[in-house]
Ligand binder design. Structure first.
Ligand code: KIV
Length: 273
């Protein structure tokens, strides 16, 4: 009897993600950056938790993902791993930690795995970083690739617009996906590319393809937690579905608390010792 993976309490592994693709069972992935949120997300049954370098934006308030450091990613990774029982935890290697040389990349990757106890790492890029990818894989560290819009390369692109609309970029993306698969990556993220191209990639590779703004014909979906919970304001790309309006809920709760403190309504008789 086949078990629906979402109802299977065992730890999710890269092997199970592969089985899910083979069975046509969609993979759910969401970002988390801290212990409390990660424990809620894990209990809700998400398959993969990504400790994304989007922490640079949504936690640290930076305009881009470039400033976040190796130490900061390790801090977030460690906090998340402590909370998670079931989901596979993937941590983003930050900008500058894997581009200088394959040796430096593998040193930083080992450091991230040793300290965070994460299950895998994610790196942005294709053929340009393939030597680093191979070295990290050779050290026994599973890698999730990331193609399409790669926020660490924002200064090269100049915009966060949809990528790979032109044939030449689409062909390079497909060839990069095949290279990453051949090198041994266990999965791929495709960010903000035409749905038809994402489908073509998902059909061309055997490993799971997880999309964000890449349409529904891929093997799974990922969203940034703060965006899908409606905590962030002023960010409304077409691909983002908001499942809650936590911004209003938190604002309302904090305003009521402020009023209660000002009016001396809080604490009352039963809320003291
Ligand atoms: O850092 C991040 O949150 C990501 C996702 C958008 C895939 O890389």
């Amino acid at each position: 009897m086949s078990v629906n993976q979402a109802e299977d309490p065992r730890k999710v592994t890269t092997h199970r993600l592969q089985q899910m693709k083979e069975r046509g069972e969609k993979i759910s992935m969401i970002t988390s950056y801290d212990y409390t949120m990660a424990s809620i997300v894990d209990e809700a049954g998400v398959d993969v938790i990504l400790v994304g370098d989007s922490a640079s934006n949504v936690v640290a308030g930076n305009m881009t993902t470039l400033p976040i450091s190796l130490e900061q990613m390790i801090y977030h990774g460690k906090s998340v791993v402590k909370a998670v029982n079931r989901a596979l935890v993937v941590v983003d290697m930050p900008f500058g930690s894997y581009q200088i040389s394959p040796t430096e990349a593998v040193r930083n990757a080992i450091q991230m795995m040793k300290v965070t106890h994460a299950d895998a790492l994610k790196l942005e890029g294709g053929i340009e970083i393939i030597d680093a990818v191979k070295q990290i894989l050779a050290a026994g560290i599973p890698i999730m690739g990331h193609l399409g819009l790669m926020p660490q390369s924002i200064n090269k692109y100049g915009t966060y617009n949809v990528r790979a609309k032109e044939d030449s970029e689409a062909e390079k993306l497909l060839s990069d996906a095949l290279e990453l698969e051949k090198a041994g990556c266990f999965a791929l993220v495709l960010e903000k590319i035409p749905a038809a191209l994402a489908r073509k990639v998902a059909e061309a590779v055997r490993i799971p393809v997880i999309g964000i703004g890449a349409g529904g014909n891929v093997d799974g979906q990922v969203l940034v937690l703060h965006d899908m919970l409606g905590m962030t304001k002023g960010f409304s790309p077409r691909f983002l579905r908001r499942y809650a309006d936590l911004n209003s809920i938190i604002n309302d709760a904090v305003s009521r608390y402020v009023q209660d403190v000002k009016s001396s309504d809080f604490p009352n008789e039963t809320e003291q010792y």
